[in-house]
Each structure stands twice: as structure tokens, then as C-alpha cells.
Design a protein around this ligand. Structure first.
Ligand code: ADP
Ligand code: MG
Length: 439
């Protein structure tokens, strides 16, 4: 079949896949190409091995259906890695990283660096360039959804690129424990030990699960020593700092602190916006102005939820056949429903702000212009705009007989402060929560 034809067929397939399965669509789908199409077998070449595996795991059915609909024939689809090997079998990287498949989204490139994760990111880059030489072990910790597992995948991607012959074992702590238990049952503990004690890099995710597993701790202790003494890289993650891992043996805790311990914190407002934009870009999505800001204002602690919000917005747009707008995003996230359903009134807001700033209600509703009154009054306007359905005129009318342009000005001033000043933002967030709770 002519190249022209296969390009057209693939374009049509991709358009259909994008419509059926927006959640799994990625920008790099544009780099796919049909390498062969013969006797009902369509082979699709991928830019990276992990991409072929991702497609095999998440998109095989959609691609197959789309290919059949478009060609009108029974087609089986195979995703090929860079060496033109099908992704289905155990591939070189899959072998190197144990049974673990690397996620193509989780690279250093797609990781947004901010004050919350700078050290963790820099140390992961350093160890992927010279494993075993700099920080050993590297211990990353932080709450759920802050990017620990993402960084581990990125280390594997990079280390494999730097040195294609490197041997890596990357597994969750539970897999380590279960593997050990099954090795005992099957009587092949020696084999288990050889597997983990001889690699160049051992990565174990979520080591907090070693708590209360005495025998596994003992095994892990010896694995750790063997690797450490041979200057092999060890990377661990956990939900808490080594010293806070209660019920873990002291000798393990002290070893965790031998190298570098790096904490991941919740991202700031700016970092959240950058992450949302990066994720949207990865999926080939255009976000209109204000949508990333809307998501970042409402989801503050867990990055996985930021992505979830993006998915909901995207899926809502697809299913209702609309393009993404700020209004659609608001509806999709239920932002308006959540806040407005509480029936917040202007008087609630004025009362709360008066308490919070210790100014009189009558002053807020007067024409006085002193700074100590003007700022709380502007905050009232901002909150009323966000939490009630009152018009600009009504809001202005209640707050000293101002016209609508004064309210617009107040809202944009407070919004600017909200975005640029963390303390101020916290204060406003608390106030909004209070108002909603008391309504
Ligand atoms: P953890 O292992 O800490 O629970 P994950 O690594 O699973 O968290 O991250 C959850 C989601 O958030 C993933 O989709 C990941 O890509 C994303 N994520 C976390 N931090 C960042 C970041 N700094 N930049 C981009 N995406 C991030
Ligand atoms: Mg994780």
C-alpha cells in the first residue's frame, strides 16, 4: 500500500481514537506511523518503547475498532517499538526493569520543577546520570500524589538511555514482600536474593509497607547491604521521613539516612498551573485562558486530582460535543454547584469579613475610603462575586452604593493579590470556607 494511503488511514484512525478515548490520547500520537499493512495485520511504529507498551496496554481495542471501521476489513493491530519488535512480548526495557512497564508520560521532561520538589528532582537527575556514585541511597518522601513514582519512572527512562546495558529492578514494596514470601514457599530464596542483590539499580516504591514485616525487613536489610557495599544505586520512596517510619528497625532507618533524603511538598499555586498546562500539552489539549487557574484554585494538595479535573473537563467537552470554555470547565468541576448550593448571602459575607478584620458592618456599607476599610470591603465584593449570584450592581449597592465598575476593579485587585501573595491567598481561602460553612 502506498505511503500516502497509510498516512491518510492513520490520520483517520487517530481522529476516531481521539473522539472515542480522549483520556488516553497523547500528543505524541502524531509521531506514529504505519510501518506495514498486509494480510489484515497493521503494524504501527512508535517513537519510544514505552509508547508502544502504553498503546498495547491502554489503546489496543480502540485502535483495532477504528482501523476496522475505516478500512472496512477485519484488522489486527500491533504496536512496534523502535527496533520494530512488537510491544506485546517481554521487551528489553521491560526485562531490565523487572516486570514493570515504564509509563511514557513519566519523564523528566514532563515533570514540572518548583520549590516543592526541586531537591528531589535534581537528585534524581544526578543519580540517573551516575548511579551509585553520588547519593546512595536516595530516599524521597512526601504525601500521596506529589510525584514520587513519576520521578522513579523518569530515573529509569533516563538511566536506560544513558546506558542501554544497565540492569534495573523497579518494584513496589508490596511486590518485594510478596516475591519474598513466594520465594520462601517455593524454596527458591537464593534465586530471589540473586535477582535483587546483583542489579545496578534497585528502586523500591513506598517502603512504608515494610512496617510490621519483620522477616521482609531482615531480607531487605541484607539486600541493601549487598548493593551498598558494591556501590550499586538504591532509590526508595515513602510517605514519611525515615525517622517517622514507626515500627521499622533502627538499623534500616539509619541506613535510609546515609545518602540523601529529599522531601516533596504540595505544589504552590504557580506550580499547579504549570503542571496543569504541561498535562494538557501532553494530551494535545488547548486550554482557554483561566481554565488552568480555575483548576489550580480549587485543587490544592494532590497532583493526581489536578489531572483528574483535567480529565473531567475534557470528557465533559467530548460527550456534550462542546469546546472547552471557562464556563464548561466550571460546570464540569461542579464549582458553581458546590459553592452556590450553600445559599451564601451577601449579609453572611459582610458579617464574616467584619468579624475577621474587626471592622464595623456599618463602615463596610459606608462610603468611607480609608485603607483599613477599603480592603475588607473589596474582599467582600470579591467573595460575593465568587460565592453568590448577585449582579455587580447589587453587590455595589449593598456595599456603600458603589457602581458596577468599582466592583469589577475590586475583584481584579483582590484576584491579583490572591495570585501573587501566598499568605493573602490562604487568608481568602479560609474566609471563603468559613462563609460557606456558616451559610
Ligand atoms: P506519588 O507517587 O507521590 O503518590 P505520582 O508520582 O503517582 O505521586 O504522581 C501523581 C500524578 O501527578 C502523576 O500523574 C504525575 O505525573 C503527576 N505529577 C506529580 N508531580 C508532578 C510534577 N511536578 N509535574 C508534573 N506532573 C506531576
Ligand atoms: Mg507513588
Amino acid at each position: 500500500m502506498a505511503k500516502q494511503d497509510t498516512t491518510e488511514i492513520l490520520d483517520e484512525i487517530l481522529a476516531r481514537v481521539k473522539a472515542i478515548d480522549p483520556v488516553n490520547t497523547r500528543k505524541w500520537f502524531d509521531d506514529l506511523h504505519i510501518t506495514a499493512f498486509d494480510h489484515g495485520l497493521m503494524q504501527i511504529g512508535c517513537p519510544e518503547q514505552s509508547c508502544a507498551e502504553f498503546l498495547q496496554d491502554h489503546c489496543l481495542t480502540t485502535f483495532t475498532q477504528a482501523a476496522q471501521n475505516i478500512t472496512g476489513h477485519l484488522v489486527s493491530v500491533q504496536f512496534m517499538d523502535m527496533g520494530d519488535q512488537p510491544a506485546a512480548g517481554i521487551t528489553a526495557i521491560a526485562e531490565k526493569t523487572g516486570r514493570f512497564r515504564l509509563h511514557p508520560d513519566y519523564t523528566f521532561n514532563s515533570f514540572v520543577v518548583g520549590p516543592c520538589n526541586r531537591l528531589a528532582h535534581a537528585s534524581c537527575i544526578a543519580i540517573s546520570q551516575s548511579p551509585g556514585m553520588i547519593y546512595n541511597p536516595l530516599f524521597l518522601y512526601g504525601n500521596v500524589g506529589l510525584g514520587k513514582t513519576h520521578l522513579l519512572h523518569a530515573v529509569c527512562h533516563d538511566a536506560c538511555k544513558q546506558n542501554p546495558d544497565i540492569s534495573i529492578q523497579f518494584l513496589s514494596c508490596e511486590e518485594f514482600i510478596n516475591g519474598f514470601i513466594s520465594a520462601i514457599e517455593k524454596g527458591n530464596v537464593q534465586e530471589f536474593q540473586n535477582l535483587y542483590r546483583t542489579v545496578d539499580v534497585l528502586i523500591i516504591d513506598d517502603v512504608q509497607f515494610l512496617r510490621e514485616r519483620e522477616q521482609s525487613q531482615e531480607e531487605f536489610f541484607h539486600t541493601f547491604n549487598a548493593l551498598y557495599n558494591n556501590r550499586r544505586q538504591i532509590v526508595l520512596t515513602s510517605d514519611s521521613a525515615p525517622q517517622d517510619l514507626a515500627k521499622l528497625e533502627d538499623r534500616l532507618i539509619s541506613r535510609f539516612k546515609w545518602g540523601l533524603v529529599a522531601r516533596l511538598d504540595a505544589p504552590s499555586y504557580e506550580t499547579r498551573i504549570a503542571i496543569i498546562k504541561k498535562k494538557a500539552h501532553l494530551r494535545g489539549l488547548e486550554l482557554p485562558d483561566g481554565v488552568a487557574e480555575l483548576i489550580a484554585e480549587h485543587i490544592k494538595t494532590n497532583i493526581r486530582e489536578l489531572e483528574g479535573a483535567l480529565t473531567i473537563i475534557y470528557a465533559t467537552a467530548q460527550t456534550t460535543n462542546q469546546s472547552i470554555t471557562l464556563e464548561l470547565a466550571r460546570q464540569a468541576l461542579g464549582v458553581q454547584e458546590v459553592t452556590l448550593s450553600k445559599n451564601v448571602t451577601l449579609s453572611d459575607i459582610i458579617r464574616m469579613v467584619s468579624d475577621h478584620f474587626d471592622v464595623r458592618i456599618t463602615d463596610l456599607q459606608s462610603k468611607k475610603r480609608s485603607q483599613s476599610i477599603a480592603l475588607p470591603r473589596q474582599i467582600c465584593m470579591y467573595l460575593a462575586r465568587n460565592l453568590t449570584r448577585h449582579s455587580l450592581e447589587e453587590i455595589g449597592g449593598h456595599l456603600g452604593g458603589r457602581d458596577h465598575s468599582t466592583v469589577v476593579h475590586a475583584c481584579s485587585k483582590i484576584e491579583h493579590l490572591y495570585k501573587s501573595d501566598t499568605d493573602f491567598r490562604d487568608r481568602i481561602d479560609k474566609l471563603s470556607t468559613h462563609v460557606m460553612q456558616s451559610a
